[in-house]
Design a protein around this ligand. Structure first.
Ligand SMILES: [Zn+2]
Ligand SMILES: [Zn+2]
Length: 183
């Protein structure tokens, strides 16, 4: 068996050598093409304008939607049996009147939607942006709807006449700011 293997190996060795050299030149060619391609991409990037970036990636879209805050984890569990751990952290999102779901980006302007449970009982109007190929919602303006009347939602310190986007202590006097719904 060893002898046969030896012959087979000898017979094969020239083929292996050709494959090895072929592989080397093929590899060198690919490497060369990669270098040229990389140089081209680098060249293009330096000349790419802002409009091209927007065209390539798609633009963020401004929207205004009406609906309510929901825990997406719970809704997806109820609708689709998505796994819901017993002690889950709420994943807050927005459900529109047309049953379209958005995941909320947590920002200074949207913080109130995460921490003020009073807002979870309201019909809300959110003005904001969504991003290409996502249903991620960046809230920029919050309003509530009572009896057909739109109210601006914000927090306010009467003492200092300072407005805030989220509940917490007044940046000036440190007293807690109050929720205001102004028609
Ligand atoms: Zn939840
Ligand atoms: Zn104050």
């Amino acid at each position: 068996m060893e002898f046969i293997n030896g012959i087979q190996n000898k017979e094969r060795s020239p083929i292996f050598d050709r494959q090895k050299y072929g592989g080397f030149w093929f590899g060198a060619l690919i490497f060369g093409l990669a270098v040229v391609a990389a140089a081209n991409i680098a060249g293009q990037n330096t000349e790419t304008t802002e409009s091209q970036v927007v065209d390539n990636a798609g633009a963020a879209k401004e929207i205004q939607i009406q609906g309510r805050i929901v825990c997406l984890a719970e809704v997806m569990h109820n609708l689709y049996r998505a796994d819901l751990p017993a002690n889950h952290e709420h994943l807050y999102g927005f459900e529109t009147a047309e049953d379209v779901f958005y995941t909320l980006l947590r920002t200074d302007l949207s913080e109130a939607l995460f921490v003020d449970e009073r807002l979870h009982q309201r019909t809300l109007i959110i003005t904001g942006r969504t991003f290409p190929k996502t249903h991620l919602l960046e809230a920029i303006r919050l309003q509530s709807l009572h009896d057909g009347v739109v109210h601006d939602l914000y927090y306010y310190c009467d003492t200092c006449a300072i407005r805030a986007a989220a509940p917490g202590d007044c940046v000036c006097c440190q007293a807690p700011v109050e929720l205001v719904e102004k028609p």
